[in-house]
Ligand binder design. Structure first.
Ligand code: FES
Length: 280
């Protein structure tokens, strides 16, 4: 069993949990995910790793209550346990394997939409700890949905915030800020965008114009996370890939976002039905 050591509500419908899982914590790298099962009969829920500590032997997960299982998971508290906590799964972020000295000559900008800030956090942390210059653009619907802003600043990253309604940071889209920074002369070597599919699509569209290497994460379309269900099948360039085993991170300029968005919508409907059934 995997015990929840700490639980915090980060925003409406968004929760953070530190879970005791020493083997996962030891092996985890930025970009990877875990599969959580609440009990023997529970659904397999793929969740990105937000942080990990080998000293505390914990892995931090952040999730949004979207379907029946995540809603049930939100009722768990410190002291409760999950029956399964498998991982780390998926490939680590590509830069983890790069030469550190070469990375230190680069400047990264992360674009995080909503709960996408969670998988961005360990990447920013990993790079900041190695002296790589990192900027972060956090986007959310409104002030109450901005998460991990203070935590990113505490890492030493420069953080820009945008909200749809202007209740925090500037009003507008993350792409507005990114465009302004680039047009203003900031030279980025890599852009990493994680968040809603539509946001990643438009970030990739923008950075293609400027020819900046762009990585996106397709974890939002994963269902079972094992390579078995086929739900995360995507077209990357002229190849078919599975987000859970070949990713979740891919070259943003090669992803067929329209196909991925259609696929995600298909499962959202199913998820919605499941939630309704559970509420009856
Ligand atoms: Fe099922 Fe990838 S999530 S195959």
């Amino acid at each position: 069993m995997f015990t929840i050591v700490e639980k915090r509500k980060l925003a409406a419908q968004i929760y953070l949990m530190d879970v005791k899982a020493s083997r996962v914590a030891k092996a985890a790298r930025p970009g990877q995910f875990v599969i959580v099962k609440m009990n023997d009969k529970g659904e397999r829920i793929p969740l990105t790793i937000c942080d990990y500590s080998t000293e505390r032997e914990t892995v931090t997960i952040v999730f949004q209550t979207l379907g029946h299982s995540t809603t049930e998971m939100a009722n768990y508290n410190a002291g409760d346990s999950f029956s399964d906590f498998a991982g780390p799964l998926g490939k680590a972020s590509e830069f983890v394997f790069d030469d550190i000295e070469a990375l230190q000559k680069q400047r990264f900008v992360f674009v995080a939409g909503g709960v996408g800030a969670a998988p961005v956090y360990p990447q920013v942390k990993w790079l900041q700890q190695r002296g790589v210059q990192v900027d972060v653009i956090l986007g959310a619907r409104a002030k109450d949905f901005v998460i991990l802003e203070a935590e990113m600043q505490a890492l030493g990253a420069t953080v820009y915030v945008t909200t749809d309604d202007g209740s925090h940071g500037r009003k507008g889209l993350v792409t507005d800020v990114l465009k302004e920074l680039i047009d203003g002369g900031t030279r980025y070597d890599q852009v990493i965008a994680i968040g809603p599919m539509i946001m990643m699509k438009f970030v990739a569209k923008l950075t293609k114009i400027y020819n900046i290497k762009t990585t996106i994460s397709l974890n939002p379309i994963m269902v079972d996370g094992t390579g078995m269900c086929g739900a995360c099948r995507v077209t990357i360039g002229d190849e078919t890939k599975f987000a859970c085993v070949d990713g979740p991170e891919f070259d943003g300029h090669l992803v067929d976002f329209d196909e991925a968005i259609r696929r995600q919508a298909m499962y959202k409907t199913e998820e919605g039905r499941c939630l309704l059934a559970a509420e009856k």
